[in-house]
Write a protein that binds this ligand. Structure first.
Ligand code: BES
Ligand code: ZN
Ligand code: ZN
Length: 501
């Protein structure tokens, strides 16, 4: 979608649709809404007096101005109560507006930036949130759907209108960032939503390569032979059951800049998790094409880091494989030797994510990173603990925890910390190897998984994000997060990186 910024009064725009807003409970609108209301001879106030429109969050009022305005339609968007107003409201309302515009068959619309006036938000941030909400709200995955009337309706142009020249400059900056970040999120969503047979490790690597070339990132890939040379026995063990060969994908932003701090992002790239010989039930397997959502978040974040030109050296590591049962598959009772030299007893082949991450975390050490953050659809236990509203955050580093939590609050991709205490270490003790790959009991499953990762995340600052609950939307409640892959992690990482820079 094309995003533009224009200076001038919203009521003078020649457009198929102009959008203004209203806080809940306001009887006499101000600012741009007032200007439009006056041009309409008080029609907005009339509707407010009737009580038919209250300005509740996401509530929309559509008016046809006839000759009163050069615009064909006016949409008043409810922002909810002013006391509860924030960037998340902007994203959600913007998504609703964009969806309404599409439903109306509008190809382009003009809007004021919600929150930039009365709302008291930082203008660039409000513009970013508005653009993010619109692009994320309009996202659909329709590669495999036939042509129908809905598919033909596309909003192609979004114009942010601001009266004040100076603020328009800020809005342009925010809008540009918003477009980059939202498009990177949609890129991640596309990868997640792709059927598993259409996104094998090799195809994921090809997609990453194409993206890297288009966005000026350095791309490298390790094949099975290279993995064997490096001793990545954990990743290779998981890959053994599949006819599809594994790939280890490396994407770098500012690869040649030794002067910049290095941040490494590691994403779980299980392109399909059947559970392996510890086979999942059909219900549990249903969303397992999304078991590479961590990988998608990392690749999306790298893409945005490049487009934003962040002054950091960012490395994205993606261990990618299927987890399949077969005559060649790794077995329960097997002992795998990871790249670090530590051995892992396999109790359950469905606890495969931590194994492939173990090798990726060991590989990360060579970059001498300022910090490493991994992101993974790692455990059902995390989903049970936190539901779908927050991802699990596990780290022993309070400063990293604080930075990631703050990035989560700012983006609406929220995190909740779980402990990583030494007391949990006995849970993964093994009689025959350095550790076992699942806890001795079910309890605290998100933490035992992280405790295993901790054994391999040595020599640098590290945090782990478990996105099992937030990566895949089954029943959409948030207008900018439609059903399917959410792209959770892209916006969080970009915020984290921008704050670091
Ligand atoms: N990919 C799953 C975790 C998952 C579950 C992600 C639900 C998204 C939604 C992971 O590989 C897995 O199967 N974990 C097991 C671990 C258990 C065997 C210790 C789990 O959570 O059941
Ligand atoms: Zn699994
Ligand atoms: Zn998995």
């Amino acid at each position: 979608m094309e995003v533009n910024v224009k200076t001038g009064p919203i009521q003078e725009q020649v457009s198929d649709l102009i959008v203004v807003n209203l806080f809940e409970g306001v009887e006499a609108p101000g600012g741009a809404t007032k200007a439009v209301d006056e041009a309409l001879g008080g029609r907005i106030r009339q509707v407010l007096q009737s009580g038919d429109f209250k300005g509740k969050k996401g509530e929309l009022l559509l008016l046809y101005p006839g000759e009163a305005l050069p615009a064909k339609r006016v949409l008043v968007a409810g922002l909810g109560p002013q006391a509860k107003f924030n960037l998340e409201v902007v994203r959600q309302v913007s998504a609703k507006v964009a969806q309404k515009a599409r439903e109306l068959g509008v190809r382009g619309y003009h809007t004021v930036v919600h929150g930039a006036g009365q709302g008291g938000l930082e203008v660039a941030e409000a513009a970013q949130a508005l653009v993010e909400g619109a692009i994320l709200g309009l996202y659909r995955f329709e590669e495999y759907k036939g042509q129908d009337e809905e598919k033909g309706k596309q909003v192609e142009e979004l114009t942010l209108v601001e009266f004040d020249e100076q603020r328009a400059t800020q809005i342009a900056l925010g809008a540009q960032a918003g477009r980059i970040i939202a498009e990177a999120t949609c890129f991640a969503r596309d990868l997640i939503n792709q059927p598993p047979s259409a996104l094998t490790p090799r195809i994921l690597a090809t997609r990453a390569q194409k993206m890297a070339e288009e966005h000026g990132l350095q791309y490298k890939v390790l094949d099975e032979n290279r993995m064997r040379e490096l001793g990545m026995g954990a990743l290779l063990g998981v890959a053994r059951g599949s006819d599809e060969p594994p790939r280890f994908i490396i994407v770098e932003h500012n690869a040649d800049r030794q002067d910049l701090p290095t941040l490494v992002l590691v994403g779980k790239g299980i392109t399909f998790d059947s559970g392996g010989l510890s086979l999942k039930t059909p219900e549990a397997m249903l969303t397992m094409k999304g078991d590479m959502a961590g990988a998608a978040a990392v690749l999306g974040a790298l893409r945005a880091a490049a487009d934003l030109g962040l002054p950091l050296h960012v490395v994205g590591l993606v261990p990618a494989t299927e987890n399949m049962p077969s005559g060649k598959a790794y077995k329960v009772g097997d002992i795998l030797k990871a790249m670090s030299g530590k051995t892992i007893e396999i109790i359950n082949t469905d606890a495969e994510g931590r194994l492939i991450l173990a090798d990726a975390l060991a590989y990360a050490a060579q970059y001498k990173p300022a910090a490493v953050v991994d992101i993974a659809t790692l455990t059902g236990a995390c989903m049970i603990a936190l539901g779908r509203e927050a991802a699990g955050l596990m780290t022993e580093d309070d400063d990293l925890a604080q930075r990631l939590t703050a990035a989560g609050e700012a983006t609406g991709e929220r995190l909740w910390r779980l402990p990583l205490w030494e007391e949990y270490r006995p849970y993964i003790e093994s009689d025959v190897a350095d550790m076992r790959n699942t806890g001795k009991e079910r309890w605290g499953g998100a933490i035992t998984a992280a405790m295993l990762l901790r054994e391999f995340a040595q020599g640098y600052r590290w945090a782990h994000l478990d996105i099992a609950g937030t990566s895949f939307v089954e029943d959409s409640k948030n207008p900018y997060r439609p059903a399917g892959g959410s792209g959770f992690g892209v916006r969080l990482f970009v915020q984290f990186l921008r704050d670091w820079a």
